[in-house]
Design a binder for this molecule. Structure first.
Ligand code: FAD
Ligand code: MLT
Ligand code: ZN
Length: 461
């Protein structure tokens, strides 16, 4: 009965029950988790989303919102019961308006991130959110996970870029907070509830974001360094000389780069000899030799072993392609234990030294594949275990690795998740490491907004 009602609401092009069509939507990017669903609906309007939610709520059936399904913690995958309705937002893909004078853009939640970037460019503006999955992930998914990416050091995370949200609530009502105001102190800032809530508090259907002036020319440099801790020192020095011109500051470990060089075609190391660590940076230094002048002293002083500056867009793209291919290359060697932790930038050095020492002592068989947004205090501190470990031994060892990492994060006042969110994969860990009062407040919010647990149950909390 519910299934027939849902089909009627979304019309003939708005649903599928076909096993082959459903297949890519029932697992996540890394194929770690598999789910099942009786139907995937693809509403085309906010009204249709609202009607779907009302029908599901009346039947007491749960809904899993799904954007581009590029998330890293299985938040967009239904559970294996086969009872949860999958609500995919890909047909809600309209840019609703772009206002260059207002420096704002309003879009359906199902718009692919790269399309927002392009729409901003067309009016000589910049939408700075940028990440490896940008050709597939959707702006609604970006909000739902509070995505970070490579430009956070200058522009902040998705949360900092959002002006307004439209969302369908658990009872089907529409929260219309799609304003483009810069300042609004009339009551609670309700849009914040939906950002980073991973589909558990509402289904985001529309988004208003900030645009920025189009950028002056930026340049890309790669620096080879002896140890990861030097990256933090380097950031301090270069922030002194380049100031706000630094837009991205990414750390790449040689083990991560090796995977890229081995598995991703047409990639090559831009240095004659390998170094243990690299920093990839993007800086809007305009024309002239400002970047060269900033990098020369860090190489002369030995803080960096060597540096290359991309001479043109082709060279720059090649460097960034290596960075953005790390996750793809990682997949080729199986299921590493992924962590997207953060610590205060000032404690990053401690995190790296203590993490290395503890891993070497307690999990000597581990290989560290570390990379990420060191300029934001956020690292993908991923650990690969030997292929010979199988079954329960592997599960136990994976847990031991994460416990080691998260204990250290807790000691340093960090977070167990800085950009990928909790989904199902980190749920148990969240419950262990989050302060009980915070967990209690989260449960209070969940119960207030979704009393019958219709929206993405089993995720986050
Ligand atoms: P999905 O994976 O579909 O969903 C993610 C979560 O959001 C789920 O819980 C889902 O239920 C919920 N959700 C999705 N849409 C909605 C909606 N409209 N309303 C309510 N809830 C919704 N992430 C980063 O932060 N930084 C990176 O640098 C980064 N790099 C990546 C590189 C690669 C190659 C890949 C594959 C992923 C990367 N990611 C990164 C992870 C991922 O791209 C982001 O988390 C992205 O924001 C997810 O968007 P999505 O549309 O794919 O969401
Ligand atoms: C990245 O920074 O490349 C990502 O967040 C993806 C990942 O961690 O695999
Ligand atoms: Zn990342």
């Amino acid at each position: 009965m519910l299934i027939e009602t849902l089909k009627e609401i979304v019309g003939p092009n708005g649903w599928t029950v076909d096993a082959a069509d459903l297949e890519p939507h029932l697992t996540e990017w890394r194929n770690v988790v598999r789910g099942a669903t009786p139907i995937m609906v693809k509403p085309a309007t906010t009204d249709e989303v609202s009607a779907v939610v009302r029908a599901c709520a009346a039947a007491g059936v749960a809904i899993v919102p799904q954007g581009g399904n590029t998330g890293m913690c299985a938040g967009a995958v239904p559970d294996p019961s086969g009872e949860q309705v999958l609500l995919n937002l890909s047909r809600m893909n309209r840019i609703r308006s772009v206002d260059a004078a207002d420096f704002s853009l309003v879009a359906d939640a199902g718009c692919v991130l790269a399309n927002l970037q392009r729409a901003a460019e067309e009016v000589d503006r910049l939408f700075p959110l940028s990440l490896g999955g940008e050709g597939t992930c959707q702006i609604g998914g970006n909000l739902a996970t509070d995505a970070g990416g490579i430009n956070v050091i200058r522009y902040g995370t998705t949360r900092d870029l959002v002006l307004g949200v439209e969302a369908v609530l658990a009872d089907g009502r529409v929260y219309d907070g799609l304003r483009t105001l810069r300042k609004d102190t009339a009551g609670y800032d309700l849009k914040q509830l939906f950002i980073g809530s991973e589909g558990t508090l509402g289904i985001i259907t529309g988004v208003a974001v900030k645009l920025f002036p189009a950028q002056e020319a930026s340049r890309t440099a790669m620096l080879a360094i002896d140890d990861a801790e030097k990256a933090v020192e380097l950031l301090g020095v270069l922030r002194g000389s380049l100031d706000d011109a630094i837009q991205s500051f990414e750390l790449i470990g040689m083990t991560a780069l090796d995977l890229v060089l081995e598995h991703i075609p047409d990639t090559r190391l831009p240095f004659e000899s390998a170094a243990p660590w690299y920093v990839l940076l993007e800086a809007t230094t305009g024309e002239g030799d400002r970047l060269e002048r900033a990098l020369l002293p860090v190489v002369n002083s030995g803080l960096a072993r060597d540096a290359v500056i991309a001479k043109n867009d082709r060279e720059s793209d090649a460097l960034w392609r290596m960075r953005h291919s790390i996750s793809e290359a990682e997949k080729k060697i199986g299921q590493g234990v992924k962590h997207d932790i953060s610590v205060p930038i000032g404690r990053m050095r401690d995190f790296l030294t203590m993490g290395d020492a503890r891993l070497a002592e307690q999990i000597p068989e581990a290989t560290l594949v570390a990379f990420g947004h060191v300029g934001d205090g956020n690292l993908h501190y991923n650990v690969v275990l030997p292929k010979s470990l199988l079954g329960d031994d592997l599960v136990a060892r994976r847990k031991a690795v994460s416990r080691l990492v998260y204990d250290l994060v807790a000691e340093l006042n960090g977070s167990i998740s800085a950009e990928h969110g909790i989904g199902v994969l980190k749920r148990d860990w969240l419950h262990e490491y989050k302060d009980p009062v915070e967990l209690d407040l989260m449960r209070t919010l969940k119960t207030a907004l979704d009393p019958h647990s219709i929206l993405n149950p089993g995720k986050v909390i």
